[in-house]
Design a protein around this ligand. Sequence first.
Ligand SMILES: *Cc1c(COP(=O)(O)O)cnc(C)c1O
Length: 370
Amino acid sequence: MSSQVREWNIRMHPSEAVASADEREAILANPGFGRFFTDHMVSATWTHEHGWHDAELIPYGPIQLDPATNFMHYGQAIFEGLKAYRHADGSVKTFRPVANAERFAASARRLAMAELPIELFLASVEALVRQDQAWVPSGQEKSLYLRPFMLGTEVGLGVRPAAEYRYLLIASPAGAYFPQGVKPVSVWLSDEYVRAAVGGTGEAKCAGNYAASLIAQAEAAQHGCDQVVWLDAAERTWIEEMGGMNLYFVFGSGDSAQIVTPELTGSLLPGITRSSLLQVAEDLGIRATQARISVQDWRQGCLEGQITEVFACGTAAVITPVGEVKSRNSGGWKINGGTTGPITLKLRQALLDIQTGVAEDPHNWLHHIC
Ligand SMILES: *Cc1c(COP(=O)(O)O)cnc(C)c1O
């Protein structure tokens, strides 16, 4: 098999006008999220004739596209999100990049796009992070956020899978998600809008899913909530996700605490943080299962005390506690008195400790870059 694995050579065309050390340090002191970008990006192109080619690292900057470029009209656009962490010894590692590469390929299949080979995805991450390693911040919960994405770039308005694709990878330094300490969010149960239906694109990380979610997020904000919680499309009964994150419910407390996450029915995005937490919980002796949970289960469970904590998880925030629920038809209720619970904090710290090299990495999730 190994003879079939092609080595991807990323041609290096580094910038002659990189940010100065002073400029960079000023940004890294307070990067926020997704506001600043590193000096370089990686680009590769796919055509029927040549497959994937022209993989290169180039200076970060605007790209020029014809107004009839296919994805601008019909939305063949997918993306990923992963982080590189600086460890105490100065080394830089990414967390489970192969899982992101595999999900990227699965998203491409669903959107009838060319699949990016796993090895090219990894080679692009290695090339960019190594080149821009000075942009990986050190310090509590800081990271370099990596954004791989792919667009259908055939020019023309015919409705069909594009005959040309462009893969791009950019990187943005990210600060702590909760600079003032972990704070619970309030959520609005969306009974009018749905994020995804079985058979649709909910399992794919495609741009259109996010476009379709914004109106519900705006409705949540109108009701004074930070985030929207999605219910299943068919029955509007079963809990699916929170915004762009997966959910976990904590049952019981102390040594008898268990965690349950909504099972993957075909309309949920299979989060890598979600799957990592199933394992981390087990490692900590916390039973973790996947099951269907209804709005009524959630409400009754909180009122009667079986559900003690609820949290959301994803690459950007790792774990975000949920403190309050509001809805049109099922009333409102608090979780754990609106405060962050101990199981939530324990799991959050355990996963962060693996990612940042503070704890052992028993499952080989870290990928050494430099
Ligand atoms: C990206 C994403 C997640 C979280 O996935 P991670 O791999 O954990 O970052 C969850 N839900 C949706 C809808 C997403 O797009």
